[in-house]
Design a protein around this ligand. Structure first.
Ligand code: ADP
Length: 494
């Protein structure tokens, strides 16, 4: 027994007499405290204690308690021979002989210094972690007990949910849920899943203290004790309200963009359908019109020869209507040609002044019938390279519009030239054009007047602009509603 005890290395095991003097000493004691048996046997065991412990009578207290209770245990600092300290776990057992006479104590001491440091490190790291978690502002991080009652609260939780720690600790976490979620048993459901699977994550609506709602990402993790029993849940919540708003805006914008694209492509399709129809209708109309025209021309010659004056006049009237119809059909076909990019220009050197003068003369009569006086301001001949028929069409369109929208007031047609270009300016004093319409009237089918007051297809200016541009020229308008309009075209002479 003695040999065995003496050989133990990890424990200091020694005996004290009733007063606390050391009676035996083992290998473990020597290793732990640094003294040999010769050095300590006979000494009082208080030599292992710090000065202040000795002063306060602590060693003797220990013995008294051990004698009274049979046993005394504590942990505390002890001092080695070389003066260094170690953290000791001490068990003192009182010894009695067979007559119940107290004969001394055994003392078993273990060095727990490492363990104590490890515990201290753990405690410090836990403390740091706690401080860290508490100071996090961007995430609500808090604990629930196994029933869902809030047990901790951090700065982020306070910021996100609006409650202080004092207001929520001890309350059930369902206070953060909207009534409908509570009614549906959602909070309980979350803990059930976290219990079953160790973790639960979702995004959803929560309610702040002030009643406003926030959109959050929530992760609930089950927390286990060493025996794998769930002792609660860690909850990390992120406020995604702003993100959600941005996301929703982006989504909305995308939906609108898709709708817009759909509308645009539908509109484009409709334009295509219309263009095709116009082209087909134009060609279909032209054939019977040409036949009708030929028949009427034949009839006119026949009745003129036979001297039936009245009938000849009527036939001539019918021919004029056919001419008008032809004009309309040609205009529709021009549009088709422009759209198809096949409006061809036959360029030749022409006297622009003569061309304009001829158109003005041709229109003077109809203008007078419409109440308008045409005033031409032009001088010498201006030779320019152009498609004569198309240029005539341009002048006819501009002057006809001036008559149509000119409210029976005089119309000025001015022709000017520079070395490089010809300028034609047509000014009326009629209804004018509202500012917001000015840009669009050169478009296909665009009109800025009600049909019941002024007929028309809304194609004249469109065709005019295309012809002018095909000549490398430009067309402009200045106008004020109610005060008349001025259309200007400028085309290069070469
Ligand atoms: P239409 O005369 O057949 O409607 P146009 O393409 O020639 O087609 O003209 C387009 C629109 O421009 C007209 O509907 C009218 O609103 C406006 N407009 C054209 N010329 C004049 C003008 N001289 N005065 C006022 N408005 C005009």
């Amino acid at each position: 027994m003695r040999l065995m005890v003496e050989a133990v290395v990890d424990y200091a095991i020694f005996m004290l007499d009733v007063d606390g003097h050391i009676r035996s000493w083992n290998t473990g004691a020597q290793r732990l405290k640094g003294y040999t048996a010769d050095e300590v046997v006979g000494q009082h065991f208080s030599i292992f204690y710090a000065e202040e412990d000795r002063q306060s009578g602590h060693p003797d207290d220990e013995l008294r308690q051990a004698k009274r209770d049979g046993r005394y245990e504590e942990e505390g600092w002890r001092i080695r021979k070389d003066g260094t300290q170690f953290w000791a776990n001490v068990v003192i057992t009182a010894l009695f002989d067979e007559h119940g006479q107290h004969i001394g104590f055994t003392k078993v001491t273990r060095d727990f210094t490492e363990r104590r440091f490890a515990e201290e490190r753990l405690r410090q790291s836990e403390e740091r972690l706690r401080l860290l978690v508490e100071s996090v502002k961007d995430y609500a991080i808090y604990m629930l007990d196994a029933d869902g009652v809030i047990t901790t609260w951090n700065a982020g939780a306070q910021r996100i949910k609006g409650y202080t720690a004092a207001e929520v600790i001890g309350r059930h976490f369902s206070i953060f849920y909207p009534p409908e979620a509570i009614a549906a048993g959602h909070p309980r459901h979350e803990l059930e899943i976290a219990t079953k699977e160790g973790r639960y994550e979702e995004e959803g609506w929560r309610v702040r203290k002030d009643g406003t709602r926030l959109w959050v990402n929530v992760v609930i993790s089950a927390v286990y004790d060493p025996s794998q029993t769930i002792i609660g849940f860690a909850k990390v919540t992120r406020d995604l309200t702003d993100w959600r708003r941005i996301e929703q805006h982006a989504l909305q914008a995308e939906i609108e963009a898709v709708n817009e694209r759909a509308r645009a492509s539908e509109a484009q399709r409709m334009v295509q359908v219309r263009d095709e129809f116009i082209s087909v209708a134009g060609h279909e109309l032209r054939t019977p019109l040409t036949a009708l025209q030929l028949k009427l021309q034949g009839l006119e010659q026949a009745v003129t020869k036979s001297g039936a004056g009245k009938i000849a006049e009527r036939v001539q009237g019918a021919l004029r209507q056919v001419d008008r119809l032809n004009g309309l059909v040609e205009r529709l076909l021009d549009v088709s040609r422009i759209v198809a990019g096949s409006l061809a220009m036959k360029l030749e050197d022409a006297d622009f002044t003569a061309l304009v003068r001829q158109v003005v003369e041709d229109l003077r009569e109809p203008a007078l019938q419409g109440g308008c006086e045409l005033r031409l301001h032009a001088h010498d001949k201006i030779i320019a390279r152009c498609d004569k028929t198309r240029m005539e069409q341009v002048v006819v369109n501009l002057v006809s519009n001036a008559i149509k929208y000119g409210e029976r007031k005089p119309i000025d047609i001015r022709l000017e030239t520079t070395d490089s270009s010809v300028l034609l300016v047509v000014t009326d004093h009629g209804i004018g054009i509202a500012l917001e319409d000015i840009d669009r009237i050169f478009g296909r089918f665009e009109r800025a007047v009600p049909v019941r007051h002024y007929g028309g297809l809304g194609l004249g200016l469109y065709v005019t602009r295309n012809i002018v541009e095909a000549h490398g020229g430009t067309i402009k308008v200045t106008s004020r509603a109610g005060q008349g309009s001025t259309f200007m075209i400028e085309v290069p002479r070469r």
